[in-house]
Design a protein around this ligand. Structure first.
Ligand code: ATP
Ligand code: MG
Length: 436
């Protein structure tokens, strides 16, 4: 993209409405704009990040054997009357009527719809287990939308649903999704800690929230230092081996970790003092087992091995895709702006032409752009060098290719790594070789 002809409205001043750093930087770096309370337009650079986050989520869901489908955002109220949630959901649900006065709603989640799709065509236990997911916009009329995309009203979620014939199968699906989540967040450079969460009416220990540590997080969290030391996703587990999944689940749940809702001060106090960690965290994912709640309520059963009807066991697994963009910025920034991890950066690099109009600089910058487009942003604006440096730091490109008259005359470009601030003078070829 050529910045001179792009909708990337960076701001020098800090917007007053934004209370936390990720919200401020998302506005300042021109990633999003609010169109109504808690509802955002994703501008070109922001959308690129959102899509990269979604792609990592998708790849890891696929690698765990989940199938992608796409359910609509608008749902009929009847389905939710069957489960009993139409009334229960309360004011967070956005309710609509069509021209025939039929009740519709903008989906806050999809348990009812996926159960309905399953019951229409799955008849036998032989077709189970299955996990399905989609990445789709949700609407929840939050009382207090705030912190930008972190607590929006319209937000992008990956939600997966597992169907198993028995409890043992449901446990395996649950653990598989947990491992897949650890890998997903890891690939984005994030350390997510699974913490026991409220498990609802079914009880048990099969509800975990995945928490990213950040001082601005909405929940207080308490955990064992082990989570800072060990990468539980990297131990060569086979995600399709039940023995490996057991081992993984054992490891990840041995150490204490809980949000304020489930915090057990006595258990926490029992940890060696040097291992107790307290902080705040952002919930980026939630995995949940709920047994036959929806299959039973909605009359969905399959023929079991002995021919008798069995209500499938289910779980649901959410990741806040749009919230993650904010959470990533909370985790990766400095005073100058965002520091994108390579895996999610909107642009791999920015080309800064420090002297627009200078023939040698133009030639070199165009040459680089020709080789790297469309994965880089070319700052070809007629702006002062200082403005270009500041905007590149603000936008957080992992690399900056700085083209100035002195270097251009010698066929050299300056390569800057945003994270370390390290700069090198290189030939074009060596610079290109470094950033791919
Ligand atoms: P919270 O406790 O933050 O309100 P929740 O428990 O209601 O979230 P889930 O139903 O578990 O959320 O949704 C799955 C994921 O979707 C959450 O882990 C979170 O990352 C994301 N999410 C939920 N609500 C929002 C929102 N209003 N804006 C952005 N992301 C959200
Ligand atoms: Mg939750």
């Amino acid at each position: 993209m050529r910045l001179s002809h792009s909708l990337v409205p960076t701001l020098k001043e800090t917007p007053t409405e934004a209370q936390i750093v990720s919200h401020r930087l998302m506005l300042r770096a021109g990633l999003v704009r609010q169109t109504a309370a808690g509802i955002y337009a994703w501008l070109p650079a922001g959308l690129r990040v959102l899509q990269k986050v979604a792609r990592i989520v998708r790849e890891e869901q696929d690698a765990a054997g989940a199938q992608e489908l796409l359910m609509p955002t608008i749902q009929p109220a009847e389905l939710w009357r069957e489960s009993g949630r139409y009334e229960d959901y309360g004011k967070e649900m956005l309710r609509l009527k069509d021209r025939h006065e039929r009740d519709l709603l903008y989906g806050p989640t999809n348990e009812e719809m996926i159960t309905d799709l399953f019951r229409q065509s799955v008849r036998s236990y032989r077709a189970l287990p299955q996990i399905l997911y989609h990445i789709q916009w949700k609407f929840r009329d939050e009382v207090r939308p705030r912190f930008g995309v972190m607590r929006g009203r319209e937000f992008l979620m990956k939600d997966a649903y597992s169907f198993d014939i028995d409890y043992a199968g449901a446990v395996a699906s649950y653990r598989r999704m947990m491992l897949s989540y650890m890998r997903t967040f890891r690939r984005m450079g994030l350390k997510a800690i699974p913490m026991q969460a409220e498990s609802g009416p079914i009880g048990g220990n099969m509800s975990h929230e995945f928490i990213i540590l950040a001082p601005t997080g909405e929940s207080a969290v308490y955990y064992d230092a082990a989570f800072e030391e060990i990468d539980y996703s990297a131990s060569g587990f086979d995600i399709f081996s039940e023995a490996d999944l057991d081992r993984f689940f054992g490891l990840v749940t041995t150490h204490y970790a809980a949000t304020d809702e489930k915090h057990d001060p006595a258990a926490f106090a029992a940890l060696a003092a040097g291992r107790r960690r307290e902080g705040r965290g952002i919930e980026v994912g939630h995995v949940f087992y709920f047994g036959t709640k929806y299959s039973t309520a909605m009359g969905f059963a399959v023929a079991g091995p002995d021919g008798r009807p069995v209500a499938p066991e289910m779980g649901s697994y959410g990741i806040g895709v749009s919230r993650l963009v904010g959470a990533l910025i909370e985790a990766f920034h400095d005073e100058a702006g965002i520091i994108w991890p390579d895996a999610v950066a909107p642009f791999r690099a920015a080309i800064l032409n420090l002297k627009a109009g200078d023939p040698a600089c133009e030639r070199m910058a165009e040459d680089l752009y020709g080789k790297l487009a469309p994965s880089v942003l070319y700052d070809d604006r007629e702006e002062r060098a200082g403005v270009k440096f500041a905007d590149a730091d603000l936008m957080g490109h992992p690399w900056q290719l700085i083209v100035g008259p002195r270097g251009a005359a010698r066929g050299q470009v300056e390569l800057k790594r945003r994270a370390s601030g390290e700069r090198q003078e290189l030939s074009l070829d060596s610079a290109l070789a470094q950033i791919v």
